[in-house]
Design a protein around this ligand. Structure first.
Ligand code: ZN
Ligand code: ZN
Length: 731
């Protein structure tokens, strides 16, 4: 019997579909290639993920593949293996998982091979060129002469001579030239020639480069823990140079916000080849173009955010995950909750190449893996240049005067650093003008109608906005309940900027948050003002902590460290510690030492004490001990079944029934269901059921058995639900 092909289709069904060999031609598709197949009354594009000898479907009902779209697979064997694993592990339908690995254009059937546009002269055109025609149109004359001389001439070559298309169209109208599309089907060899000279490495960097390079050609996982400013990127670049010299390629994943034009430029300049860049802000056409550059191998490295973990990288030699602790590596869209960081480790394993997880503040999971020798722990403890690590100090908000969020000691420190000609960074993880609008008479607080949340005041735009559902309304001049005046309470970045402007009228201020950064260019502009010294004070949210160098910032003020100290989410303290260390790392990166002031109402909180006394490592050690005692990850495995419904009852009912189905499963503990801390969001009620197990295998066995039953529940149809394996955020 001829083999059957197991095809992934973009459906929510948790299975592959069997098809027989195509009728026409009889050629067999390769695993990883796209095919067009009949599905019900429709025709769908699918991906062959395997072959089989027999099928559960009776032979007479099996249909043949209609068309093979890819002579060369679009998914390499390591990616096929990764997707199958991911579908199983994250309990998400294989078809949706496989399709998510491809750009939209390819899912719709676009050609994988880049077609190169080229132009050539017709027989008449060559005769005309020989006699110097068309004499009255010198541009056409020159172009025809060139095309006739070169033979089939790629458009990129013609582009070098300036605008030529008007002339080409005129020549085509005369029937003297024609346009052809040539396939570039095979992966090209790596041809990288390093451009910028590599700087001299510090001892720690050189050691890390040697240790990682010694593993090239086989799987090994490294944690590269380098304090901010210690030059992790330089370590990546050195190892990547060796990878390229060996004729292989590298995949580098960075957090969404860390992927700046400067970073791309730095990789390009050093490696001598432009990276294929993949991120969520690309248009479909741009994404296809970048994907093709990766697939063809014209790009020697692929540099991208989360979903680039599935990018094609022929002759993969190394994977790097920079800022591995960053929350943006966890995907939540489309109901598929995967960790690109974890999948990167898996992919490296399947491909037999080393993986480097870099961070100044590695996640506790990663540190635990290093502690148990699953990962090799490399440390960079020196800062490049003469930079010394900054000094951290707490400011007790209870014992100092505070003006809209800024304490007197902080004001004095800012004024001192400005007077010395330095720059200051003020961090507050809250955008807008004020988080609350309060009536001065009756106590009314502007609520969001759709959420259990308050509306944030955006004074410049005279709006009230909900940061959870996007609700937006005009800022009322008076209390809608009693008519007395209203007052913004508390401070966000917009208000802090205003306050600082009043306090330091001579110091130009730049602000960095999602309200002022709408497009990538906005960020560039703000960075330029800060880097060039035009702005003396930078006020910003989380955005300021990611991957930017501000060498002249000598003072960092953390306005409110208290969000996260008393959260019900066991990861909140880890995130707070990471944020403080990351934002503190922005200070003193040049030759002068930095100062970091952290405002808090809880100066005796053990987390802050630990962080100040022993740094991130000391904090991590204590935090891991707490996790072990409480049986939280990484000392157990979690999954969260979440749902939302129009009523709180419906949201809880589905989860209660799901819990009942589990019975008394011996290997797992079910916690909940409970309504989310902010139960109502965008008019829907959210709830959660946690599943905890001592290890991954037992959790997987339970989920595989349980989930199909959950899916079949009648109450499942009344809610929107999803399963999140290894959830990063808990309600
Ligand atoms: Zn009122
Ligand atoms: Zn809302």
């Amino acid at each position: 019997m001829s083999p059957l092909f197991r095809v992934a289709l973009d459906t929510p069904l948790r299975r592959l579909f069997d098809y027989t060999t195509p009728v026409a031609g009889g050629a067999a598709p390769q695993v990883g290639a796209r095919v067009r197949v009949p599905f019900g009354r429709r025709t769908l594009v699918g991906i062959v993920l395997g072959t089989a000898e027999e099928s559960a479907v009776p032979a007479e009902r099996l249909k043949p593949i209609l068309e093979i779209l890819d002579p060369r697979p679009v998914l390499s064997p390591d990616v096929v293996e990764l997707l199958a694993w991911a579908s199983q592990y994250y309990q998400h339908p294989i078809g949706e998982v496989a399709m998510a690995a491809l750009p939209r254009a390819l899912r719709l059937g676009a050609a994988a091979a880049r077609r190169s546009e080229s132009w050539q002269a017709t027989a008449e055109g060559r005769e005309a060129a020989a006699v110097g025609e068309p004499r009255r149109a010198p541009r056409q004359q020159a172009l025809l002469a060139r095309i006739a001389q070169l033979g089939p001439c790629p458009a990129e070559v013609l582009d070098r001579d300036g605008e030529w298309r008007t002339a080409a169209r005129a020549l085509r109208a005369r029937g003297w030239v024609e346009q052809r599309e040539l396939d570039v089907a095979e992966a090209v060899a790596v041809s990288a020639a390093p451009n910028d000279p590599a700087p001299q490495l510090l001892a720690g960097q050189a050691d890390a480069v040697e240790r990682i390079s010694a593993s090239l050609g086989r799987y090994d996982a490294f944690v590269l823990q380098g304090i901010t400013g210690s030059g992790k990127t330089e370590v990546y670049l050195h190892v990547i140079e060796r990878v390229l010299r060996a004729g292989r390629r590298a995949l580098v994943l960075v957090p969404e916000i860390g992927l700046t034009p400067q970073l791309v430029q730095r990789f390009h300049a050093r490696l001598g080849v432009p990276p294929a860049v993949l991120h969520s802000g690309l248009t479909d056409a741009e994404r296809l173009q970048a994907w093709r550059a990766a697939w063809q191998g014209t790009a020697a490295i692929v540099l991208g955010t989360r979903s680039a973990v599935f990018a094609p990288v022929p002759d993969l030699g190394l994977i790097v995950v920079d800022e591995e602790h960053d929350a943006s590596f966890k995907q939540h869209e489309g109901g598929w909750h995967y960790s690109a960081r974890d999948l990167a480790v898996l992919r490296a394993h399947h491909a037999g190449v080393p993986v480097v997880l870099g961070s100044a503040t590695p996640s506790l999971e990663t540190l635990h893996n290093a502690g148990t020798a699953r990962y090799t722990h490399l440390r960079l403890t020196e800062r490049a240049g003469a930079a010394t690590p900054p000094q951290l100090k707490l400011i007790d908000l209870r014992s100092h005067a505070v003006r809209t969020g800024i304490s007197t000691p902080a004001v004095l420190a800012i004024s001192k650093h400005l007077a010395a000609g330095d720059q200051v960074l003020v961090y507050l993880n809250r955008r807008g003008y004020a988080p609350t609008l309060l009536c001065t008479a009756c106590g009314w607080i502007a609520p969001c109608r759709e959420c259990d949340a308050r509306m944030t005041v955006h004074l410049a735009h005279q709006r009230l906005r909900c940061h959870h559902c996007g609700a937006d309304s005009p800022l009322p001049a008076a209390c809608p309940q009693c008519g007395y005046p209203v007052r913004p309470v508390g401070a966000g970045t917009e208000r802090i900027e205003q306050t600082l402007q009043e306090l330091f009228p001579q110091a130009p201020i730049a602000r960095l948050d999602r309200d002022v950064v709408r497009r990538r260019d906005d960020m560039e502009e703000i960075m330029r003002r800060v880097a060039g010294g035009e702005a003396r004070i930078l006020v910003g949210t989380q955005m300021v902590t990611k991957g930017h160098d501000f060498p002249n910032v000598t003072l960092v003020v953390v306005l409110n460290a208290d969000q996260g100290l008393f959260s019900s989410d066991f990861r909140a303290s880890e995130r707070l510690a990471q944020t403080i260390v990351q934002v503190a790392g922005r200070a003193g990166r040049g030759s002068r030492p930095g100062e970091v002031l952290i405002q808090t109402e809880f100066p005796d909180h053990p987390l802050l004490r630990q962080l100040l006394a022993e740094g991130y490592d000391g904090f991590a050690q204590v935090a891991l001990e707490e996790r072990a005692q409480a049986h939280w990850p990484p000392f157990s495995r979690l999954a969260a079944l979440r749902d939302s419904a129009r009523t709180p009852q419906a949201a809880l009912l589905f989860l209660r029934e799901a819990r009942a189905l589990a019975g008394e499963a011996a290997d797992v503990r079910l916690l909940g269901p409970v309504p989310a801390a902010m139960a109502r969001r965008a008019g829907r009620h959210h709830a959660q059921l946690l599943i905890e197990s001592p290890d991954r295998t037992r959790l997987q066995a339970f989920l595989t058995e349980w989930l199909p039953q959950v899916e079949a529940l009648k109450s499942a149809r009344a809610v929107r639900w999803s399963l999140d394996v290894d959830p990063q955020e808990l309600f």
